[in-house]
Write a protein that binds this ligand. Structure first.
Ligand code: BGC
Length: 334
């Protein structure tokens, strides 16, 4: 009797176990299906993995470059990863580039920031990963191409604009993003060369903002307190003009001041509309991002590319703003 019960007991246990395993398998399959449905299907299978590394990720100017790059990524079916320091930091920039190279991505698009960038680019290229410089070139490196503003020309244009607008008479202070950044050095040099023929234009002081609006405001405040003769400013990176305008508007409203900015971020445009900023040097961050991806794709596919790919630059005053709002392409701006 006891023996018979044992036999039935084993049979019962066998079915119980079978049932339990069966349900576990069934529910796991169900869950996997739910997981699959929850993950959005990719629009396409990317052919290449490119990385875009700016000097500062959370910067409105760089977000526009990113937007252009992501639109191109969709159009050309590649994956673009946007990564880098949250706030400008050269060491972190270098580390991000090294990480991307170690991950053996298909191409790296980076800013040719300073002296240290050239050997870094060369190491990456020697390891078989193509590099393209974006916004700031590193002409002596092994980068395959450069996409962005001709920064010397942009600085020269700034100098010419200031000279024309002030009738060739001004005591100028320059607030620049960074003394070490190659694009900022070129903009300052171009500016100085353009005003050098005007004997009544004097450059009184040059300070560095660390590409922050608050940094630019602090430096502008210091300059205005130290040099009562300063009556014009040139801010050479995208947040400098705003920082200068903040201080002039708040503490030096009665002082006649000419302000020349860089880039056309929305708040710069507002300052121009309100007459606080007199002019800005427009560059095309969206186009820079878009073209970078397009050109990197040509490079990895072995096509021939131009080494220098300058993008559109223009001095913009209040009268031109409406054209920029209407414009479909650069030829629409008079
Ligand atoms: C420059 C970038 C820089 C940015 C800072 C732009 O004008 O082209 O290199 O990172 O300003 O806000």
């Amino acid at each position: 009797m006891v023996r018979q019960w044992n036999q039935w007991g084993y049979v019962f246990l066998f079915f119980l176990l079978f049932g339990l395993i069966g349900s576990a398998v069934y529910f796991t399959i169900q869950m996997m299906q739910v997981g699959q449905a929850a993950i959005p299907q990719k629009e396409f299978e990317p052919r290449y993995h490119f990385v875009l590394i700016p000097e500062e990720m959370d910067n409105d100017y760089w977000r526009m470059v990113e937007k252009g790059a992501q639109d191109a990524a969709r159009d050309f079916q590649v994956f673009v990863e946007y990564t880098g320091p949250k706030k400008a930091n050269v060491d972190e920039h270098v580390k991000t580039v090294e990480k991307a190279a170690a991950a053996k991505v298909d191409g790296i698009m980076l800013q040719g920031l300073s002296q240290t960038t050239t050997p870094l680019i060369n190491r990456v290229v020697d390891n078989g990963i193509p590099v393209l410089t974006v916004d700031t070139d590193a002409p002596e490196s092994k980068r395959k191409a450069y996409v962005g503003t001709d920064n010397y020309y942009a600085g020269y244009l700034a100098g010419k604009t200031l000279a024309d607008d002030t009738g060739g008479k001004a005591n100028v202070a320059i607030v620049t993003g960074s003394f070490d950044a190659h694009n900022q050095q070129l903009r300052v040099q171009g500016f100085k060369d353009a005003v050098s023929g005007h004997e009544d234009i004097e450059i009184i002081d040059t300070q560095e903002s660390n590409i922050t609006r608050i940094g630019a405001a602090i430096k502008a405040h210091k300059i205005l307190n130290e040099y009562p003769e300063v009556n014009a400013f040139f801010g050479t990176s995208s947040l400098d003009g705003m920082g200068i305008a903040d201080i002039v508007q708040r503490f030096h409203e009665k002082r006649e001041m000419y302000i020349l900015a860089f880039d056309m971020l929305p708040e710069t445009v507002e300052f121009i509309e309100n007459g606080v900023i007199d002019a800005t040097i427009y560059q095309d961050p969206y186009e820079i991002g878009y073209r970078s991806v397009e050109i990197m794709l040509d490079i990895v596919q072995g096509k021939k590319v131009d080494t220098l790919n300058p993008t559109y630059t223009k001095a913009v005053q209040r009268e031109q703003l409406k054209w920029f709002k209407l414009r479909k392409n650069q030829d629409d701006v008079p």
